[in-house]
Design a protein around this ligand. Structure first.
Ligand code: GUE
Length: 285
């Protein structure tokens, strides 16, 4: 029997709980605030940013969007980040990625105060996560872990195989699963005999960015399959890196795309913003 890991449904539940917490904070005079910065007019980025603003509104988190033209200089963006860093009413700062070519993404990420880095991308926060310290966990990996925990899927001693090694998904989800006592294998585009390795996975995390690259042949019977892919088809619809219809018969749990990991990513951003407002990620710089 296959169980659907419905990220959309879980997100709605979590947002209801967060709304209660946000209401309580507001009563005490603290309104969590997220600033989202969007450079350029990438349609996908625009749509994600709208999703983030809507989710903030539903939860009672205040947010503002700073939209900058495509030809914004790095210096201009850095000065805007500096303003937000120094504004005490702003608790979280998110700079939507990818950035235009004239910007050094790493330099921009470094400029965001680690205490406001609700994406968990700043090297200080990455380092804290690596050593198991309390910090902002990057939203997509945090969402995946929350989905697994919501179904009491045990990770202890399980073989987790990750396909993909990006800084925002692959690498951090491996670290989190390791922290939960899983045995972790990283695979990627240069991996030899990929299928041999993925067939050993109790938990398979697919974040490779290639539509329907993974089907039942890559999956061990009753494995948990998490699809992080978001690929837009010619008809405009979204689809994952996993061939869902083919894979679902073999998996014990599987996430759909859409309505799987995507909504959870946004929900965890809200969670990190509340944490930032409560001042729970103290960092010296
Ligand atoms: N600084 C930064 N932080 C991010 O967290 C970040 C980013 N940059 N750049 C791009 C990626 C991608 N990402 C998604 C968020 C929500 C959905 C999502 O809600 N997806 C819906 C469908 C949405 C739709 O229909 O377009 C779903 O899967 O059901 C997807 C992808 C956040 N990212």
């Amino acid at each position: 029997m296959t169980t659907l890991l419905n990220g959309k449904e879980l997100s709605e539940e979590l947002k209801q709980k967060m709304k209660i917490e946000v209401d309580e904070l507001k009563e005490k005079g603290l309104t969590p605030h997220l600033t989202v910065i969007l450079v350029g007019d990438n349609p996908a980025s625009k749509s994600y940013v709208r999703g983030k603003e809507k989710a903030c509104a539903v939860t009672g988190i205040s947010s503002n969007l700073i939209e900058l033209p495509d030809d914004t200089t790095e210096e201009e963006l850095l000065s805007i980040i500096d303003e937000q860093n120094n504004d005490d009413s702003v608790h979280g700062i998110l700079v939507q990625l990818p950035l235009p070519d004239q910007m050094d993404e790493q330099k921009i990420i470094h400029a965001i105060s680690p205490a406001k880095d609700v994406d968990g991308f700043h090297p200080i926060n990455v380092g804290k996560m690596m050593t198991g310290e309390d910090t902002f966990i990057p939203c997509t990996p945090y969402g995946i872990l929350t989905m697994l925990q919501s179904k009491d899927i045990s990770l202890e001693g399980k073989h987790a195989v990750i396909i993909g090694r990006s800084n925002i998904v692959g690498k951090p989800i491996g670290l989190l699963l390791l922290q939960e006592n899983a045995t972790v294998t990283y695979t990627h585009s240069r991996t030899k005999n990929l299928q041999e390795i993925t067939k050993q996975a109790d938990i398979l995390i697919v974040a490779m960015g290639r539509a329907h690259a993974i089907n039942a042949d890559y999956i061990k019977k009753d494995a948990v399959v998490i699809d992080v892919g978001i690929n837009r088809k010619d008809d405009g619809k979204l689809t994952g890196d996993v061939d869902f219809e083919n894979a679902k018969e073999k998996a014990s749990f599987i996430t759909p795309v859409p309505r799987g990991v995507g909504p959870m990513t946004i929900t965890m951003l809200l969670k990190n913003t509340i944490k930032a407002a409560k001042g729970l990620n103290h960092v010296e710089r």
